[in-house]
Design a protein. Sequence first.
Length: 263
Amino acid sequence: MTLTEVKALVIRTTDLSESDRLIRLYSDRFGIVSAYANNSRSLKSRYMAAAQLFCYGNYVLYQKGDKFWVREVELENNFFGLRASITKTALGSYFCDVLSEAGTTDPDVSLLRLILNCLYALEKDLAPEAKIKLCFEMRCAAALGFMPDLSGCSECGNDEGELYLDVLGGTCTCKDCREYAASVRQEGMVITEGEEERRPVLILSPGVRAALRYVMECPIERIFSFRVSDADEEALSVAAEQYLLHHLGRGFDTLKFYKGVSG
Ligand SMILES: [Zn+2]
């Protein structure tokens, strides 16, 4: 038997019986780890309060073979304030689902800090929900290794005006270079498969590019401290969401639900 102590956030819970629950944690030492919280639903349980979504603290885990059980918990935060709002609960659940999907057993403390910062900002109304959402999405994509190069056109270096971001390739081209590439293809100088045409592309204004670069590169404690024009606001939200979802290769029910309730 081994006892291990981790700092961790509960990102998913599954009830196994009347009294037993399996919780998925994102931890500082193991990345994603699942642990059984026995008797977690009984009123007398010491673990009950710490076996719920959004709970964060010091978890002492008992390990036997490849399985873990929660032995003791010292709760630091349960982000209880989120539960008063259906949109905040939905958005926080989406963040947890993303981490659950994208996280691995290779721990990344920057991801843990990111989600804790975002849950805290949501709970305390430190920024509008849409802003917190896009910051989480873009910074998460960057932390997962999908940071795009938004500095300018990858062909000619042009960094003015709108640029076309090849989402999966992570590089931008300007309008001229894009049109040139299209004309070359039409003249048959370059043979391409139809595949090329279906690659997702985002058209980014200078303001949106600057905001995305800021969110990916700034110190985490200053992540919400930027402004964009009203015209760029919607495009920025769309870009961050599309960028992350294309890289993860899937959508999320919790995101659909959030969009439904946030109208
Ligand atoms: Zn160019």
